[in-house]
Design a protein around this ligand. Structure first.
Ligand code: BGC
Length: 400
C-alpha cells in the first residue's frame, strides 16, 4: 500500500503537467551521472548526436532528472526512451535500457524497436486484416504472415513533436492521418514521460479519433537490470501477477483461448529465474515463441484505486541478479507481453560501446491482447469519436 501511495503522488504530477503548448528546447545533457558513492558508472548520450533531421523534421534528445540523481533520455524520433539511469544496491547509477547513441543508428536499425512507442496497434494482427463496423481493413504484413507494431512505418519510425514543460517530464504528440498504414481515422495521440522523485518512470498515453479505429499503444523498452550490454537476463528473478495467458499458434497469433499458466513454463506466479524453463521446447508455447514471447492476462484484483481516478494493477516484479535493481510494473492495461529478447542477435552497437546479445534484455509491453480486433471475446481495442483513450504504466525502480 505504501508503494501505491507513492505512485498516487507521482500520478498527480503527470496530471498537473498535462497542459501547455509549443516546443521548448530540451534541457542540456550532463556528461556523466554519478551514484551516491560518487563513482561514475553510466553516461547519458550526447544530445548533439540527436540534433538531426528525419523526413525533414527536427529530432532532439530530452533529458529528465529527479532529486535522487536518476535520469532518463527520450528522443522525439519514435518517442523512444533512450536511457534510464537508476541506482543499484550500492547506489551506483546503472543504465537499465538498451539504446543507441544517435538518431542515425535508430533509423538504420528499425527491427528491434528499442525504447519505442509502438502503434497504432502494438503487437500482432493476424494476416494484417480486421473488420470494424462491417468494413474490412488491410494492413501491411511485416512479420511473416502477420501485421506487427503498426506496420512498415509505425509510431516508432516517425518524428513526434516534443515539448518539455519542466526538467522531469516530456510530452510527445503525433497526428496519425486517416488511412496511415491502413488504419481508419485521424488519431491525435500524446505520450508523457515523467520521472518522479521516488525513481518511478510514468508513461501516460492519451488519444482521440475522428472516425472509429483500433488502438493498442505501448512502450517497447528492452530492460537489463544489471545494465544494458551486461549479458544474459536469464538469471533475473521474475514474477508476473497473472494466473492466465493467451496461448498462440506458431506465428504468435492468439488461438482465442485464455488458459491457466499453472503447470507450464509460463507460470511466473512465484518468483523464478527467467532462464529456469526458457529452453523447455517440449512445451509448444516455448517452441513457438523461441522462448518467452507471450501475452499474460493480468489478475484484475491485484491493484488499487489511485487518487487520479485511474486504476492500476501490479503487473510484474523483476530483479537484476547482480545489481539488485528491482523493477515493479503497474498498469491500467489488461495484459503484458513478456518478450525475452529471443531475436536479439548480438549485432547491435549499443550506447557506451556496449553490444546487445541473445536474451540479453527483456520487454514488458503493457497492452491489450494481441489480435484483439479479430477476437470478439478479448477486451475491445476500438476507439470511437468522442471517446478519450487513456493508458498509464508505471515502471517503479528500487534496489536491495
Ligand atoms: C514481439 C517479438 C518481436 C519483438 C521485436 C515483440 O513485441 O513480441 O516477437 O520480435 O517485439 O519486434
Amino acid at each position: 500500500m505504501n508503494k501505491l501511495i507513492r505512485f498516487a503522488s507521482g500520478f498527480g504530477l503527470i496530471l498537473l503537467t498535462g497542459c501547455g503548448n509549443g516546443n521548448q528546447a530540451p534541457a542540456a545533457a550532463s556528461d556523466t551521472a554519478a551514484g551516491s558513492t560518487g563513482a561514475t558508472l553510466a553516461v547519458l548520450p550526447d544530445t548533439a548526436a540527436f540534433h538531426d533531421t528525419v523526413d525533414g523534421q527536427p529530432t532532439a534528445l530530452y533529458i529528465l532528472k529527479n532529486k535522487q540523481g536518476a535520469s532518463a533520455a527520450v528522443t522525439n524520433y519514435g518517442a523512444r526512451l533512450v536511457s534510464l539511469l537508476v541506482p543499484d544496491k550500492k547506489g551506483l547509477l546503472t543504465d537499465v535500457v538498451l539504446g543507441y547513441d544517435s538518431v542515425g543508428k535508430y533509423v538504420h536499425q528499425p527491427d528491434t524497436y528499442f525504447g519505442a512507442i509502438v502503434g497504432r496497434y502494438g503487437n500482432r494482427i493476424a494476416k494484417g486484416h480486421f473488420m470494424l463496423d462491417g468494413k474490412g481493413y488491410t494492413l501491411a504484413t511485416n512479420d511473416g504472415p502477420n501485421h506487427l507494431h503498426g506496420g512498415k512505418k509505425g509510431f516508432d519510425a516517425v518524428v513526434w513533436t516534443g515539448q518539455q514543460p519542466n526538467d522531469h517530464s516530456v510530452q510527445l504528440t503525433y497526428l496519425s492521418k486517416d488511412g496511415e498504414e491502413g488504419y481508419p481515422g485521424t488519431l491525435q495521440i500524446r505520450v508523457t514521460y515523467t520521472l518522479t522523485d521516488s525513481n518511478a518512470l510514468i508513461i501516460s498515453y492519451d488519444g482521440t479519433t475522428d472516425k472509429p479505429t483500433v488502438l493498442n499503444i505501448t512502450n517497447h523498452s528492452y530492460f537489463n537490470l544489471n545494465g544494458q550490454g551486461s549479458g544474459t537476463i536469464n538469471n533475473h528473478i521474475l514474477q508476473i501477477y497473472a494466473d492466465r495467458y493467451t496461448p498462440v499458434d506458431s506465428t504468435l497469433i492468439p488461438t482465442g483461448k485464455i488458459q491457466p499458466v499453472g503447470g507450464t513454463p509460463l507460470d511466473f506466479r512465484q518468483p523464478v529465474a527467467i532462464g529456469a524453463r526458457v529452453n523447455d521446447t517440449a512445451n509448444a508455447q516455448i517452441k513457438y515463441g523461441r522462448g518467452y514471447d507471450h501475452n499474460f492476462v493480468l489478475n484484475p484484483a491485484n491493484g488499487d484505486r489511485l487518487a487520479g481516478g485511474g486504476r492500476l494493477v501490479h503487473a510484474v516484479t523483476v530483479q537484476g541478479d547482480q545489481s539488485g535493481i528491482v523493477l515493479d510494473v503497474f498498469t491500467n492495461q489488461p495484459g503484458v507481453q513478456f518478450y525475452g529478447g529471443n531475436f536479439l542477435k548480438g549485432s547491435d552497437p549499443l550506447k557506451a560501446a556496449k553490444r546487445d546479445d541473445y536474451r540479453s534484455a527483456f520487454c514488458l509491453e503493457t497492452q491489450h491482447f494481441p489480435d484483439s480486433p479479430n477476437e470478439p471475446s478479448f477486451p475491445s481495442t476500438e476507439l470511437r469519436p468522442g471517446q478519450n483513450y487513456q493508458s498509464t504504466t508505471i515502471y517503479q525502480f528500487s534496489a536491495k
